[in-house]
Write a protein that binds this ligand. Sequence first.
Ligand SMILES: [Zn+2]
Length: 130
Amino acid sequence: MPSSSARELMDRYPEVFRLRNAGIGAFRGIECDDGWLPILDKMCADLSGLTEVPAVFQIKEKFAELRCYFSGVASDGAYVIVGEAVAEAAKTCEVCGAPGSAVNVQGVYKTVCEEHRLALEKRLSSRYNR
Ligand SMILES: [Zn+2]
Protein backbone atom coordinates (compact mmCIF):
# COMPACT_ATOMS: atom_id res chain seq x y z
CA MET A 1 0.00 0.00 0.00
CA PRO A 2 1.73 3.22 -1.10
CA SER A 3 2.12 6.01 1.50
CA SER A 4 0.34 9.33 0.95
CA SER A 5 3.65 10.87 -0.20
CA ALA A 6 4.09 8.02 -2.67
CA ARG A 7 0.56 8.56 -3.98
CA GLU A 8 1.30 12.28 -4.46
CA LEU A 9 4.40 11.39 -6.43
CA MET A 10 2.36 9.07 -8.68
CA ASP A 11 -0.14 11.90 -9.16
CA ARG A 12 2.67 14.09 -10.53
CA TYR A 13 3.61 11.57 -13.24
CA PRO A 14 0.33 10.27 -14.67
CA GLU A 15 1.98 9.04 -17.85
CA VAL A 16 4.64 6.97 -16.07
CA PHE A 17 1.94 5.50 -13.79
CA ARG A 18 -0.74 5.29 -16.48
CA LEU A 19 -1.58 1.68 -15.58
CA ARG A 20 -2.68 2.90 -12.15
CA ASN A 21 -6.29 3.47 -13.19
CA ALA A 22 -6.38 0.94 -15.99
CA GLY A 23 -7.91 -1.72 -13.79
CA ILE A 24 -4.91 -3.98 -14.29
CA GLY A 25 -4.40 -6.25 -11.31
CA ALA A 26 -0.61 -6.30 -11.64
CA PHE A 27 -0.31 -2.59 -10.89
CA ARG A 28 1.30 -2.10 -7.47
CA GLY A 29 2.81 1.39 -7.65
CA ILE A 30 5.45 2.65 -5.23
CA GLU A 31 5.91 0.22 -2.35
CA CYS A 32 9.23 1.31 -0.86
CA ASP A 33 9.68 3.63 2.13
CA ASP A 34 9.57 7.40 1.73
CA GLY A 35 13.33 8.04 2.03
CA TRP A 36 13.75 7.05 -1.60
CA LEU A 37 10.96 9.29 -2.93
CA PRO A 38 13.27 12.18 -3.96
CA ILE A 39 15.26 9.66 -6.04
CA LEU A 40 12.04 8.33 -7.58
CA ASP A 41 10.86 11.88 -8.26
CA LYS A 42 13.94 12.52 -10.39
CA MET A 43 13.67 9.08 -12.02
CA CYS A 44 10.03 9.67 -13.00
CA ALA A 45 10.81 13.17 -14.29
CA ASP A 46 13.56 11.69 -16.49
CA LEU A 47 11.30 8.83 -17.67
CA SER A 48 8.58 11.37 -18.54
CA GLY A 49 11.06 13.12 -20.81
CA LEU A 50 11.66 10.06 -23.00
CA THR A 51 10.12 9.84 -26.47
CA GLU A 52 8.46 6.60 -25.45
CA VAL A 53 7.48 6.88 -21.81
CA PRO A 54 7.56 3.41 -20.23
CA ALA A 55 4.62 2.23 -18.08
CA VAL A 56 5.79 1.45 -14.55
CA PHE A 57 3.69 -1.03 -12.63
CA GLN A 58 5.80 -1.57 -9.52
CA ILE A 59 8.63 0.11 -7.65
CA LYS A 60 9.85 -1.68 -4.54
CA GLU A 61 12.78 -2.68 -2.38
CA LYS A 62 14.16 -6.19 -2.68
CA PHE A 63 17.22 -7.41 -0.78
CA ALA A 64 18.02 -3.74 0.03
CA GLU A 65 17.96 -2.73 -3.66
CA LEU A 66 15.56 -0.48 -5.51
CA ARG A 67 13.65 -2.40 -8.18
CA CYS A 68 11.51 -0.86 -10.89
CA TYR A 69 9.31 -3.01 -13.12
CA PHE A 70 7.86 -1.89 -16.44
CA SER A 71 4.92 -3.33 -18.26
CA GLY A 72 6.19 -4.64 -21.59
CA VAL A 73 9.49 -3.64 -23.16
CA ALA A 74 11.15 -0.37 -22.21
CA SER A 75 13.80 1.48 -24.20
CA ASP A 76 17.52 1.37 -23.36
CA GLY A 77 17.18 4.98 -22.20
CA ALA A 78 14.64 3.93 -19.60
CA TYR A 79 17.01 1.30 -18.18
CA VAL A 80 19.83 3.84 -17.99
CA ILE A 81 17.58 6.18 -15.98
CA VAL A 82 16.48 3.37 -13.65
CA GLY A 83 20.11 2.25 -13.25
CA GLU A 84 21.05 5.73 -12.02
CA ALA A 85 18.20 5.67 -9.50
CA VAL A 86 19.22 2.18 -8.30
CA ALA A 87 22.82 3.37 -7.79
CA GLU A 88 21.62 6.43 -5.86
CA ALA A 89 19.23 4.35 -3.69
CA ALA A 90 22.09 1.96 -2.82
CA LYS A 91 23.70 4.76 -0.77
CA THR A 92 20.53 6.40 0.59
CA CYS A 93 18.53 5.40 3.68
CA GLU A 94 15.18 4.04 2.49
CA VAL A 95 13.49 5.34 5.63
CA CYS A 96 14.75 8.94 5.92
CA GLY A 97 16.86 9.75 2.84
CA ALA A 98 20.11 10.31 4.77
CA PRO A 99 23.34 8.71 3.48
CA GLY A 100 23.13 4.98 4.11
CA SER A 101 24.33 1.56 3.04
CA ALA A 102 22.96 -1.95 2.67
CA VAL A 103 22.80 -3.91 5.92
CA ASN A 104 21.74 -7.40 6.89
CA VAL A 105 20.02 -7.45 10.27
CA GLN A 106 19.02 -10.98 11.27
CA GLY A 107 18.44 -11.88 7.64
CA VAL A 108 16.53 -8.70 6.78
CA TYR A 109 18.27 -6.74 4.02
CA LYS A 110 17.69 -3.00 3.88
CA THR A 111 19.57 0.16 2.88
CA VAL A 112 19.57 2.43 5.92
CA CYS A 113 21.51 5.07 7.84
CA GLU A 114 23.06 4.24 11.23
CA GLU A 115 20.02 5.50 13.15
CA HIS A 116 17.61 3.36 11.18
CA ARG A 117 19.91 0.34 11.31
CA LEU A 118 19.68 0.55 15.11
CA ALA A 119 15.90 1.03 14.93
CA LEU A 120 15.64 -2.04 12.69
CA GLU A 121 17.79 -4.10 15.10
CA LYS A 122 15.63 -3.01 18.01
CA ARG A 123 12.41 -3.80 16.18
CA LEU A 124 13.62 -7.23 15.08
CA SER A 125 15.01 -8.21 18.48
CA SER A 126 11.74 -7.23 20.18
CA ARG A 127 10.06 -9.87 18.02
CA TYR A 128 11.83 -12.53 20.09
CA ASN A 129 12.07 -10.85 23.49
CA ARG A 130 8.58 -10.03 24.53
ZN1 LIG B 1 17.61 6.82 8.07
